[in-house]
Ligand binder design. Structure first.
Ligand SMILES: [Zn+2]
Length: 162
């Protein structure tokens, strides 16, 4: 009898571990609350160093020779307005390779071509561009780079071409 009780308790304990009490109720409420903005996309990134540059929240960490970055651009962000003064070039001269996880961003090249990016999608942006956030949602971009050797090592074109 005692043995049976113990076994039952053990099973209950195991079940509790798998599915915490109230978990279903909590996760349903949470899912409803965060449907438009999943927490993990915006939460602090483990293994990354955080800084803020021109209203952009940047978290960066190492993975082999590459760097992995999570960038959060606020609504209203415009590179030529928010970054250009600090960077000092007419256009952003970085290549951007990665995954747009949330929001919408438009890129404009010097020849007037505008490329629209809307999450979720792959991003491959050549150097020499302006860019801005579209709409009222922040943009979350997961990016990979090799610092000053990004263009060569990702095999990206050195500029926008047709
Ligand atoms: Zn073009």
């Amino acid at each position: 009898m005692a043995q049976q009780k113990k076994a039952a308790r053990k099973t209950a304990k195991k079940a509790a571990k798998k599915q915490p009490r109230h978990a279903a109720r909590r996760s349903a409420a949470k899912a409803a609350r965060t449907a438009a903005r999943p927490d993990a996309l915006f939460a602090p990134v483990k293994g990354a160093e955080r800084r803020v540059v021109g209203h952009v929240q940047l978290e960066v960490g190492r993975a082999g020779d590459a760097r992995v970055k999570r960038l959060i651009y606020p609504p209203g962000f415009h590179w030529s307005k928010d970054m250009k003064p600090a960077v000092g070039t007419d256009y952003c001269m970085h290549a951007h390779v990665g995954f747009l996880a949330h929001g919408e961003i438009h890129i404009e090249y010097p020849d007037g071509c505008i490329v629209e990016h809307k999450a979720p999608q792959i991003v491959a942006i050549e150097p020499g561009h302006d860019g801005w956030v579209v709409g009222s949602e922040p943009v979350v971009l997961i990016e990979f780079d090799f610092e000053n050797d990004t263009i060569r090592r990702t095999g990206m074109a050195t500029s926008h071409r047709h």
